[in-house]
Structure formats: structure tokens, C-alpha cells
Design a protein around this ligand. Structure first.
Ligand SMILES: *Cc1c(COP(=O)(O)O)cnc(C)c1O
Length: 357
């Protein structure tokens, strides 16, 4: 296979899923496996399902369509709050959607009635991260209006912290979610099936046993795929961090100065890069660039190499420490962060290959 390529180890993904699912199960929490960073990759979804996730969470209808047409049988949760214009498709294809706008819930309800269904919704509560969600003082009136719509069923409530603003979830914020849920239950007159406390960001609280008992659902992507929690991005014990490996091919190796020669203005992307003069260094170019990855979010697997910079199609590395052993035609391997993984999955220039299915 030609580089650049992304090697996806499905056994490691399955292992990570199984480990996180069992850790959560011990506290009565079900895990929804989130595939959106892989653009709804069917093999990744299957690995998560083998690992025991109870549903697949996706942010995009196109990804859900890809998974379903590949024959991935699962319950599907739509994580991004729905677009009004997609109500029909959502009721058609998705079992549960996360919601925060009455106009949209009303459209889902009307469509569900037309299709002779009841669409399940999880009402999102904003506990301060300021992305999606109903503000807590509006929650009861929102749920009351939803409960008057015949085509939808309020199946649960959920929240999402640390995504937009980086607000850290705490036992107190999860307790606030539980209190919200209990108020909703007394309004509705039935117990909620789902109280969804968050994402990979909640795993440190789970490990510490600090999650209130009534939280019974999490939507987990990064922790399963990259083996890390998302508050400090520390590795989770007993998980693999290397389920994804990016490979790129060396297309030039030359000894050149570390300082550019000539007057400096902005680079190809309008940035003003800065340089340290370290004399002459061994510089390698590999055949990936900003078209394929978030170049600030990758690391060479060989810790002797550092990334110097990147343009659309070139990534530059200082390989001096390898003492001349890096050659044109070699494959170099890289570890990816979340945003680099997303870009690599999206890039048509990066070939994907799978092992361990
Ligand atoms: C992306 C997303 C998740 C999963 O987040 P991870 O950090 O990858 O675990 C969960 N919930 C919602 C609403 C999301 O958009």
C-alpha cells in the first residue's frame, strides 16, 4: 500500500470499547459508541459494537446513512441537534435524537405521526459550557411543551460539558443534571430511561467513583478510539493509545540551515513562523500536509524527530538525531490527536487500511 496511509487496528478499538463498557457497567452506565471522528466508518462501528456499546452515536446524517447502507445494525443516536430541514430523514433513520429547539421537536413529532411512529428525544440541558442545550430555568416549560406533542417521547435528558468552552464536569454538575431529571420526571409522571452525563470527559469521574448513581448513559468517542480521557488527555489504564497510525513517505532528506535565508514575511497560510538558529540540521520532507492532517496535532512515533512545519502537501521534520539513517522512500509513523485523526479520516489522499477485523 502506498503512503500516506492510516492503519486502523480494529482489535485495539474493540478492546478499548470492551474495557470502557465494563468499567461503566460496573456503575450501571451504558455506553453509546461515537464514530463521528471516523466519519461513520462501518468497520470501526462494528468493532465498537463487538466491544459492547449499546448504540452508535453520530453527529451527521450522511455518516448514519453510510453505516446503515453498510449493514451496521444498531440503535442510532443523532448527537448533533437536528436540522429542521432533515426532520423526515431523521425520523426515518434514527431511533433517538438529542434536542434543544421546540420548533425542531415539533417538526420531528409531525413527521413521526405521519410515519405512524413515536420518535424518542433526549432533551439537552446546558450546564454552562454554552454549546447546545436548554438553560436549566427553561427546562420544565420546554419538556412540558414536548410532552404535548403526540409524535415524540421524552426518553431522557443529557448534557455536554467541556466541548466548546472547556468547562470541567464535576460531581456537582452531574448532581445538578440528576436534579433536573427528577424535576422532569415529576412533571412527566414517569421515570426517564436515559440520563446521559456526557462523553469521554466523564471517565475520570467514573474511575474515581464520583458519578451520581442515577447517571446511566454516556456517549463515548475519543476514549474508545484514542484511549484517553479528554480533560487532561491522559492515557486511560488498560487501553491502547495506538489504534490509529498514520504513515507517510519520505520524499526529500537534506542537510540545510535551521534558519531561512532572506527577508521573512508570511507563509502560505498567512502565519508568521518563528525559527531558532540551531545551525545546519538534517531535514526530511514527508508526503502529507495540511490537506490531510491538523499538523499541530500529530507527533512522530520516533521521539527523536520533531516537526518543523507544514504546508498543504508537505510536512517537515528535523531528523538530525537519527544520524543520517532516514532515507528517501522510508515510511515514518505518526500518532494522531483528535483533530488530526478527523482530518486524516476526511482526506481522500490518505488511504485507510484495517487490521484485526
Ligand atoms: C462528539 C460528542 C460526544 C463524544 O465525545 P468524545 O469526547 O469523543 O467522547 C458526545 N456527545 C456529543 C453531543 C458529541 O457531540
Amino acid at each position: 500500500m502506498a503512503d500516506p496511509s492510516l492503519l486502523i487496528d480494529l482489535e485495539k478499538i474493540e478492546h478499548n470499547a470492551r474495557h470502557i463498557v465494563s468499567q461503566c457497567a460496573a456503575q450501571g452506565i451504558a455506553v453509546v459508541g461515537v464514530t463521528k471522528v471516523t466519519c461513520g466508518d462501518p468497520q470501526v462501528a462494528r468493532a465498537m459494537l463487538r466491544g459492547g456499546v449499546v448504540a452508535i452515536g453520530e453527529s451527521r446524517m450522511l455518516n448514519i446513512a453510510r453505516l446503515q447502507s453498510a449493514g451496521v445494525k444498531a440503535e442510532y443516536q443523532l448527537l448533533r441537534i437536528p436540522s429542521l430541514s432533515r426532520a423526515k430523514q431523521i425520523v426515518d433513520c434514527v431511533d433517538v435524537s438529542l434536542n434543544s429547539e421546540l420548533k425542531v421537536v415539533a417538526a420531528l413529532s409531525a413527521e413521526a405521526e405521519k410515519q405512524g411512529k413515536r420518535h424518542c428525544i433526549i432533551v439537552m440541558v446546558d450546564l454552562g459550557d454554552l454549546r447546545e442545550g436548554v438553560w436549566p430555568d427553561q427546562l420544565l416549560s420546554f419538556v412540558e411543551r414536548c410532552s404535548q406533542l403526540e409524535g415524540v417521547r421524552v426518553q431522557g435528558i443529557g448534557t455536554n460539558l467541556s466541548c466548546l468552552s472547556g468547562v470541567v464536569p464535576t460531581p456537582a454538575s452531574l448532581q445538578q443534571l440528576v436534579e433536573c431529571a427528577e424535576q422532569v420526571e415529576s412533571l412527566l409522571g414517569y421515570p426517564l430511561e436515559i440520563i446521559s452525563g456526557g462523553a469521554s470527559n466523564i471517565l475520570p469521574l467514573i474511575a474515581a467513583g464520583d458519578v451520581p448513581a442515577r447517571i446511566n448513559n454516556l456517549r463515548v468517542g475519543e476514549a474508545i478510539l484514542l484511549g484517553r480521557e479528554t480533560i487532561h488527555r491522559t492515557a486511560l489504564p488498560n487501553t491502547f493509545q495506538d489504534a490509529f497510525t498514520l504513515r507517510a513517505e519520505v520524499i526529500e532528506v537534506k542537510r540545510k540551515p535551521s534558519m531561512p535565508v532572506g527577508e521573512l514575511s508570511e507563509d502560505a497560510f498567512g502565519n508568521h513562523p518563528r525559527f531558532d538558529d540551531r545551525g545546519d540540521i538534517e531535514r526530511a520532507i514527508v508526503n502529507i500536509g495540511r490537506a490531510d492532517i491538523d499538523t499541530g496535532n500529530v507527533q512522530s512515533e520516533d521521539s527523536r524527530f520533531t516537526i518543523i512545519g507544514a504546508s498543504s502537501d508537505h510536512l517537515l521534520l528535523d531528523v538530525t538525531a537519527a544520524g543520517g539513517s532516514v532515507r528517501v522512500g522510508d515510511s515514518l509513523q505518526f500518532r494522531l490527536g483528535y483533530s488530526a485523526l478527523l482530518a486524516a479520516m476526511l482526506s481522500p489522499y490518505v488511504e485507510k487500511s484495517y487490521s484485526g477485523s
